[in-house]
Design a protein around this ligand. Structure first.
Ligand code: SAM
Length: 277
């Protein structure tokens, strides 16, 4: 498998923060009401394609909100993440049947059954992809007149409290690192949502968006503290890879951040986007 890898532990660690962020965005998007208005006729299941599905966080959040019978095609290139996906799931008011497909989306996007989809969705994927690939994805979904829901797209904003003099340098290097090729060509990083809006122009789709920021307050829970420590290490590592000559300054930033993390706050900016044909 080539391209970006994400551990199941990391996906599990971020899921509660994703859930809180998505709940807030969904209220602003009036997501439940708008999806209900698009629902397939009674007796017809929702047919959903989930791109870069990981271990299923997107389905766990979305399926109860879609409601009713649902057929999901869930796609990822990482067999380890797909291993153990349940073929069915249910809860109050919804019932899901899932088919897993291990596929490199960078190379085989065109092979998916677009014509059958009512809804195309992905969470935390679009920062990895290129503008060309995103345009192809949108073209397939628009040709099928499928709804699109793309959640947890980074917008490049990190708000640290307390602030540190090196924050803006670290943010700049991290943003540059996010633009590296993740297997799809030059990655969009924080430019994914503006590129998505451009790709949707002229499609006749109505586009709605809302902030889905992570709000990580270490004093609120041990999970928040652990996520903040993991992000500090991940951001510092990427920044060092981007500018090895700045290693000493970046290591000092990392240590200051860890020392403050027990009571620190961090907001990581994201945007959720819903497009309806
Ligand atoms: C940040 S994770 C998000 C996972 C999941 N959607 C979630 O919200 O927890 C990005 C996902 O995209 C998948 N991915 C990355 N590159 C891929 C590719 N070329 N083809 C298919 N899946 C890919 C990764 O394996 C990973 O599961």
């Amino acid at each position: 498998m080539s391209g970006a890898r994400f551990s199941a532990d990391w996906l599990q660690q971020r899921e509660p923060f994703d859930t809180a962020a998505r709940d807030e965005a969904a209220r602003h998007l009036q997501l439940a009401a708008r999806l209900h208005a698009m629902a397939p006729p009674a007796g017809t299941p929702w047919r959903v394609i989930d791109l870069g599905c990981g271990t299923g966080a997107n389905q766990r959040w979305l399926a109860p909100r879609l409601g009713g019978p649902q057929q999901w095609l869930v796609v990822d290139h990482d067999a380890a993440l797909l291993h153990g996906w349940p073929s069915s799931a249910s809860g109050p008011g919804f019932e899901v049947a899932s088919v897993c497909r291990q596929l490199d989306l960078a190379r085989h996007l065109d092979t998916l059954p677009w014509h059958a989809a009512h809804l195309v969705t992905a969470s935390a994927l679009l920062d990895l992809v290129s503008a060309d690939w995103l345009q192809r994805l949108v073209s397939h979904a628009v040709a099928a007149r499928a709804a699109m829901l793309f959640t947890l797209n980074v917008d490049g904003h990190h708000e640290w409290d307390p602030a540190d003099p090196l924050d803006s340098t670290v943010d700049r290097l991290f943003a540059q690192h996010q633009r590296r090729d993740k297997g799809f060509g030059p990655a969009l990083g924080a430019a994914a949502v503006p590129a998505l809006r451009r790709a949707l122009q002229g499609s006749g789709y109505r586009v709605f968006s809302a902030a889905s920021d992570w709000r990580i307050h270490s004093l609120e829970s041990a999970h928040a503290g652990a996520l903040q420590h993991a992000l500090i290490d991940g951001i510092a590592h990427a920044a060092c890879e981007q500018e090895p000559a700045a290693l000493a300054a970046l290591e000092a930033w990392r240590q200051r951040r860890h020392a403050q993390a027990a009571s620190g706050r961090l907001r990581v900016g994201h945007v959720d986007l819903l497009a309806l044909g």
